[in-house]
Every structure is written in structure tokens, then in C-alpha cells.
Design a protein around this ligand. Structure first.
Ligand code: ZN
Length: 268
């Protein structure tokens, strides 16, 4: 299916530098599908209530024009055509746009839904922002690890060609989302399972000073739930990315985003 790469939000934390919110817009046979949403219109209208104190740490650098809903409209799509949203996890920088597509079915893992919505522990209560799902999304919750997928991994095929691949570590129920982009291969949205491409690819951290990469990796450790699982996920993503026809895209790596757009993987 045709896949567009959008950045729906950006941050510029001190020491770390530019971060994007990488969102995939997929033209599926079941309508438009978003993989993550980035920030939404309501986040800009009520930054304190919707994003909490973390927004100060991250140093928000984007505007409402960067929201998925306005970028979709600018490309000639109708927000009402977004029928499904598949989430890597429920951190505020990934789900703020849910309320801009309130009619869409929202897919997540049972573990992530429990962590954020139904049974958060003390850490999770600080982490997630219930205002972002107060409109009552139509959740579709995927329990367990799913079926055999590829490379020893399991997943839930939520729609033809779109697979939710449980990859906990950053959060309790984090997942990657794999999208079959036809002749352009398989795009694996890694969410926050990895923050920087140099953690899973032989790419040198070009364009970024090494101290910034170190700061980003330290940040990744601080905000993650399970450091051992995060390390294992990096190995898994390296194996996937090394496979023929597979492109791994982290949510926040601006260099990867610029590369995929510049290479023409984006259609718009
Ligand atoms: Zn994130």
C-alpha cells in the first residue's frame, strides 16, 4: 500500500537537539490508516492539561500546522477517511491526534491499554495523559504476543499488510508496527523501541554531534521501563533493518525521517 511519512510534532530538548514525531499515513483498502498520530490540535490549545510538565523538558518546537489532521487536509485527504489508527504506545507525543480522528478505530496492545487506561501503576500515572483519550476512542485491543510473523517475532495482523509487533521495554505494552509498502518493501515503525538509528544500523551519527547522541541514549534509558528489554529490542531491530527490503524508522530520529523523505519513500 502507499505510505506517506509525516512529522507531526517536533521537539528540541537541551543537549539532545531536534526530534521529530514520525507518523505513517497509509492508503489501505480499508481507508486511511495512521501509525501513531503525533501531537493533535487540542495539545496546542491546552498544552498543560494535555502534555503535562514533560513538554518543558522536551521544548516543543512545532505548531498546529504540523498536526496530522491539517497535513492530511493539505494533501487533499479528508480526516473522515481515517478509519484506523495503530499505536506503538500511548505516550503523549504519539497519541495527541486521536481526538482529531475521534471516529477511527484505535489499535493497541492489551498491555499498553492496561498500563495507560485501566490499571496504571505509580510510574504510569505520571507518564500518561488521560485527557488525550477523554473523548472515548473506539479501542481495539490486541492481547498476547500474536501469531508467528517473521524473524522469530510474533504479531497481530490488525489489517491486511499492517502488523502490530509487541516490543515492550520503552513502556509496558510498547509495540512496533510493520506496514507492507508493496514494491517499496516493509516499513517498520519502531516507535520508541529505539531513539537513534546508530543504535541499530551501521549509520554513523552524521549531522549530529556525538555528545548529542550520547544525551539522546541517556534520555532513552531514563524514560524507558526495562533497560534489558530495550537493549534486546535494538538487536531485534538491527536484524530486521539488515533484512532485504526492510526499513526501520524510529519515531524521533530526525535524520532517518529526512532520509526517507529525501529518498522519495514519501509520496508527497
Ligand atoms: Zn516518543
Amino acid at each position: 500500500m502507499r505510505v506517506h511519512h509525516l512529522s507531526c510534532g517536533s521537539f528540541c530538548p537541551p543537549l539532545v537537539g531536534d526530534m521529530v514525531c514520525h507518523v505513517l499515513l497509509c492508503e489501505s483498502d480499508d481507508g486511511l490508516v495512521l501509525i501513531d498520530t503525533g501531537l493533535g490540535l487540542a495539545d496546542y490549545a491546552d498544552p498543560r492539561g494535555r502534555m503535562g510538565p514533560t513538554r518543558h523538558l522536551l521544548n516543543l518546537a512545532s505548531t498546529p500546522a504540523d498536526t496530522a489532521v491539517l497535513q492530511l487536509q493539505a494533501r487533499g485527504f479528508d480526516a473522515a477517511d481515517v478509519s484506523h489508527i495503530v499505536l506503538t504506545h500511548l505516550d503523549f507525543d504519539h497519541i495527541g491526534g486521536l481526538s482529531d480522528f475521534a471516529h477511527a478505530t484505535v489499535h493497541t496492545t492489551a498491555d499498553e491499554h492496561a498500563a495507560a487506561v485501566t490499571s496504571p501503576d505509580m510510574l504510569d500515572r505520571k507518564r500518561y495523559r488521560p485527557a488525550q483519550w477523554a473523548h472515548g476512542p473506539a479501542w481495539q485491543i490486541h492481547a498476547g504476543r500474536g501469531d508467528q510473523w517473521r524473524d522469530g517475532l510474533t504479531g497481530h495482523e490488525v489489517l491486511p499488510g499492517i502488523t502490530l509487533v509487541p516490543m515492550p521495554g520503552h513502556s509496558r505494552g510498547h509495540a512496533a508496527v510493520a506496514v507492507d509498502a508493496g514494491e517499496r518493501g516493509l516499513v517498520v515503525h519502531a516507535g520508541d523501541a529505539v531513539f537513534d538509528a546508530s543504535s541499530y544500523a551501521d549509520a554513523t551519527p552524521s549531522g549530529q554531534r556525538l555528545d548529542r547522541v550520547r544525551a539522546l541514549r541517556a534520555f532513552e534509558q531514563v524514560v524507558g521501563r526495562d533497560r534489558a528489554a530495550i537493549a534486546r529490542n535494538h538487536v531485534t531491530l538491527r536484524r530486521l533493518n539488515d533484512s532485504e527490503g526492510v526499513t526501520v524508522v524510529p519515531a524521533h530520529d530526525k535524520r532517518v525521517f529526512d532520509d526517507v523523505v529525501g529518498l522519495g519513500v514519501s509520496t508527497g
